[in-house]
Design a protein around this ligand. Structure first.
Ligand code: DX5
Ligand code: ZN
Length: 230
């Protein structure tokens, strides 16, 4: 799999969500941020809205659950038809069991790490998941500045994934725009979430194209695609 772009509808017009997803029809995923006002200090939407969106789009849905007790709630999103369901390492009691439940329900399983959460303790879990989400802002809000302090962790995540036998995507989320996406691709990310960068202008599809082109250019000569060292 090459570069994948996942616009986040957190920065879209919530009154016109189906249309807003229609505006990024060439994207690989639509990233849906579920927040419960407990794990993060913000409240967005939940399973009923995701279930409705699934009826109105053919773009696969990437659910990013910023919620407490994902062990209880996450599998419902997979059962509803979300193609990827990502839960936070900091919130899950039994991440292996949860990842297995997500896969059994037909979804890809994603594991998310807040900026201060190290990746190394999760190295042994990589065979159980399909995507590692390395947050490049503190989760909770769109439009925050990119934390380049997290880039070495993206690099270590890619190294761990490359050392393993099973293909795991490395996703970045937060502050990703046309200026920062190159650094993320260079470090080792291959799935890029962008909210405000895509939806703040009047041509979301053009932004998706430019983000993809920039990420493809940089990753073509990055250490992790050319067999180099981190
Ligand atoms: C933040 C969310 C992100 C958010 C990113 O907690 O997980 O998906 O939409 O927004 P931008 O791209 O504006 O930083
Ligand atoms: Zn997100």
């Amino acid at each position: 799999m090459g570069v994948q772009i996942a616009p986040s509808i957190l920065s879209a017009d919530f009154g016109r969500l189906a249309d807003e997803i229609g505006a990024i029809a060439d994207a690989d995923w639509v990233h849906v941020d579920v927040m419960d006002n407990h794990f993060v200090p913000n409240l967005t939407l939940g399973l009923p809205v995701v279930a409705s969106l699934l009826k109105h789009t053919s773009v696969p849905i990437d659910c990013h659950l910023m919620i407490e007790d994902p062990d209880r709630w996450a599998t419902g999103y997979a059962e509803a038809g979300a193609r990827n369901v990502t839960f936070h390492a900091e919130a899950a009691d039994a991440p292996i069991r949860l990842a297995r439940n997500l896969r059994a329900a037909g979804a890809r399983a994603g594991l998310a790490l807040k900026p201060a959460t190290p990746v190394e303790p999760y190295a042994e879990l990589l065979p159980e998941i399909d995507m590692l989400l390395v947050m490049t802002v503190e989760p909770g809000f769109g439009g925050q500045p990119f934390l380049d302090v997290v880039l070495p962790k993206v690099r270590r995540a890619r190294q761990l994934v490359r050392d393993g036998a099973h293909a795991v995507w490395v996703q970045v989320d937060g502050g990703v725009d046309e200026d920062t996406i190159g650094q993320c691709a260079d470090a080792g990310a291959d799935v890029f979430v962008a909210g405000s960068a895509v939806y703040r202008g009047d041509d979301p599809a053009a932004v998706v194209r430019r983000l993809r082109s920039r990420a493809e250019d940089v990753s073509a000569s990055a250490w992790w695609t050319t067999g180099g060292q981190a």
